[in-house]
Design a protein around this ligand. Sequence first.
Ligand SMILES: [Zn+2]
Length: 189
Amino acid sequence: MIFDIFNDVKELNLKAINKCYSIRFVHAVLPFDKITITVNQTKSEMVIYINTPERLKTSEQAQTILANSLIQWLDKIARNTYPTIIKNFAQKHQLTNPPHFRTTIATTKWGSYKSDGTISISLWLLFYSREALNHVIVHELCHTRCMDHGTGFKALLNQMCPETPFIKKELNTPLSENLVKLFQINKGR
Ligand SMILES: [Zn+2]
C-alpha cells in the first residue's frame, strides 16, 4: 500500500519512553536497497538517509525497506529499555526477574510469559503510555508466580499494578492508521 510518507509521517512519538523524534529525509549516495537511520538525541531528530527519497512516494519496495529499517531501530530501543523496567518491577514487587527476554511485533497480544522463564513484550508498546507498558510488564511478571488468570492472579496484579480504565482503553486502541501504514503492519506482521 503506497501512502504519502512525507506528509503523513512527520514524527515518531515513543510515548512510553517520553521521546518524540521529528523525521527528516536526506538524499545520500547509498545502494538502492539501503536506508541508514541516525538519531540526534539533542535535537530529537531522526534523519533517514536514502538514495532517492522521492522513490518513497512511488515504490512499495522502498517503503518496505524503510519499514524494516525502522522496526530494527525500534527493536533496539525496546531491547535497551524493557529489560531494565522488567528488572525494576521484579525487584519492587519481589517477583522473579525472568532469565529470558524477547521483543515481539505482536499488535494485540502485548506480552506473554512462558514457564521456561521467557518474558516477551511487544515493541509497539513504545507508542503507548508508560503506564500501559508498565502494566503489561507487571502482568507478565505476575505470571512468574501464577500461570493462569484466576482470582489469585487477579488479586496479585491488582495489588501491584491495577488496570485503570485509562490503561484498559489504551491497550484496546489499535496503533494509528499512519503507523500501520508506515510499518506495514497489515502485511501479516
Ligand atoms: Zn496473562
